[in-house]
Design a protein around this ligand. Structure first.
Ligand SMILES: [Ca+2]
Ligand SMILES: [Ca+2]
Length: 153
């Protein structure tokens, strides 16, 4: 069954506004039996704007909290030759701690980091999480990247 998600679409920097629907780029059946629908957006956005755009679809930035989910997304990106792209996720740092969690769900992030991450590079406040080359990285909320939206059903 093809899942269509209705959403409001805003072209930033343009006047266009309308309601569209779109099929999931990828559907994955979670170990729990629920399914996740993913959209991969290749426009570059800072974290907050990416989150708002996901919400316009009734979605959220991807949370890689389910067992095997990081591998599934990595395999998809490999197949699409987009493994080297840096994608924003819904991972966030908890205040000034070194603890990160997936949002929504507040699942602690305990694995999946690329080598040497999280490193809060140059102490610039890397409090968001991106995905690149099959692993995750801490980035600032200001950096603009493509992003992945998710919807569980
Ligand atoms: Ca998920
Ligand atoms: Ca980093």
């Amino acid at each position: 069954m093809k899942i269509l998600v209705a959403f409001a679409f805003v072209l930033f920097g343009d006047l266009a506004f309308g309601v569209y629907s779109r099929a999931c780029d990828l559907v994955w059946k979670l170990p729990s039996g629920k399914k996740s629908c993913y959209f991969f957006f290749e426009g570059w956005r800072p974290w907050y704007m990416a989150q708002i755009e996901c919400e316009l679809y009734g979605m959220h930035l991807i949370a890689l909290e389910a067992e095997g989910e990081l591998e599934v997304i990595t395999q998809y990106l490999k197949k699409e030759s987009k493994l080297g792209t840096e994608w924003l996720t819904g991972g966030i740092r908890l205040g000034r701690t070194n603890d990160f969690q997936w949002s929504p769900g507040n699942t602690p992030i305990i694995s999946g980091w690329n080598e040497g991450e999280p490193n809060n590079y140059k102490n610039q406040g890397e409090d968001r999480v991106s995905l690149k080359n099959g692993g995750i990285n801490d980035v600032t909320g200001l950096v603009s990247c493509p992003y992945i939206c998710e919807y569980d059903y």
